[in-house]
Design a protein around this ligand. Structure first.
Ligand SMILES: O=C(CO)COP(=O)(O)O
Length: 253
């Protein structure tokens, strides 16, 4: 059985007070409503790490994650946060290769490989993002595009390392646009991704890899998307900033 995961990506949102309120509300709802069969990951801006870690303290299925980490281990890289620093604050996951990082910070597939390696060396589980822009979807070459992203960043990993990776498919045209992929579009891509992983790492590892969908996932479409056989959860942006919506998405399996 693959792990079911719902991860909230707060992006660059939330004051200290807002982050604490949001986290407390999510923790209370998850406890009160006995949501225990889904792994929940909160990925706040780095400075929230201690507060969030403290607040999720007693709940077994809620974890702290980062939205990014450096491709360097340590040193004079002003403004960066390393995988080891993140791990020392109690993080268990880290998002790597989000399309906003690729686009606005020009992150290359090679740099993402370094980030993945450092995350793994420090005991963090990478949530590796892939996904195509609109023009690629319209040209009908989206499967090749996404497969290439995975091949270039991940296929140098050993089997043991690859088996720890979580993949998130986020079509760029669906992020923050209110335009979600249909559940069939998500399923088709997730199945293609799994087949691609199997071609390199074998069916058993591919079958054990959780593949999350991201892009305008909301309480009213999550159930339909999560019902698909190759969709193992979601990476949630906007709706992860509203505790009720986020927990309703978690409960959509
Ligand atoms: O980018 C996303 C999560 O990483 C998705 O964002 P939205 O849910 O706001 O579309």
């Amino acid at each position: 059985m693959r792990k079911k995961i719902v991860a909230g990506n707060w992006k660059m949102n939330g004051t200290q007070e807002e982050g604490q309120k949001l986290t407390s509300e999510i923790v209370n709802m998850v406890k009160d409503e006995r949501v225990s069969d889904v792994t929940v990951v909160l990925n706040p801006p780095f400075v929230h790490a201690s507060n969030v870690k403290k607040l999720i303290g007693g709940v077994d299925n809620i974890f702290l994650g980062g939205q990014n980490c450096s491709d360097k281990a340590s040193g004079a890289y002003t403004g960066e946060t390393s995988a080891s620093i993140l791990a020392s604050f109690g993080a268990a996951y880290v998002i790597i290769g989000h399309s906003e990082r690729r686009e606005y910070f020009a992150e290359s597939n090679e740099q993402l490989t370094e980030k993945v390696k450092l995350a793994l060396e420090n005991g963090l589980i990478p949530i590796f993002c892939c996904g195509e822009p609109l023009e690629i979807r319209e040209a009908g070459t989206h499967e090749e595009y996404v497969k290439d992203q995975l091949t270039e960043s991940l296929f140098g990993l050993s089997e043991a390392d690859f088996a720890k990776i979580v993949v998130a498919y986020e079509p760029i045209w669906a992020i923050g646009t209110g335009k979600t992929a249909s559940s069939d579009q998500a399923q088709d891509m997730h199945a293609a991704i799994r087949a691609h992983l199997a071609s390199k790492y074998g069916q058993e590892i591919a079958n054990g890899t959780s593949i999350l969908y991201g892009g305008s996932c909301k309480p009213d479409n999550a159930q339909e998307i999560f019902s698909k056989p190759d969709v193992d959860g979601g990476l949630i942006g906007g709706a992860s900033l509203k505790s009720r919506d986020f927990v309703d998405i978690i409960k959509s399996f």
